[in-house]
Design a binder for this molecule. Structure first.
Ligand SMILES: [Zn+2]
Length: 126
């Protein structure tokens, strides 16, 4: 691990072309363009005490209020996220982009394509 530049790992596959219809639709669906770059670090999750259909549901925890009678706070449980466009797995040390409320998460490669989209001069994108 010593040689790894842990805090400067770009996420996503930059070799993929993001010009196709799928990416066009995904990018067009992102209305809040105010993204900020973050570095992923494992953090706590809220885990429901009572299973639903045999599964204990869990949710990303970011300091929000929660009902301690309903949820356990489990440190380090949330150990990855996914790019909402290409589904790249973002784990500890990867940089990524999120807009407000974490509605959309983008890997660095998708964000770069998104930020440069639509291509200058194009019209009638919908
Ligand atoms: Zn991506």
């Amino acid at each position: 691990m010593a040689a790894v530049d842990y805090w400067d790992m770009q996420s996503g596959d930059f070799s993929i072309s993001r010009d196709g219809d799928y990416y066009r639709r995904e990018f067009a669906g992102i209305t809040d363009r105010a993204f900020v770059q973050r570095t992923f670090a494992s953090h706590a999750a809220l885990v429901a005490k009572r299973p639903v259909n045999g599964h204990r549901m869990w949710a990303d925890y970011h300091g929000q209020a929660y009902d301690e009678s309903e949820f356990d706070l489990v440190e380090g449980k949330w150990d990855h996220d996914h790019c909402c466009v290409c589904w790249f797995t973002i784990t500890d040390g990867f940089t990524y982009w999120e807009n407000s409320g974490r509605i959309k998460l983008l890997c660095d490669a998708c964000y770069e394509a998104f930020a440069n989209w639509p291509p200058t001069g194009s019209v009638d994108i919908l």
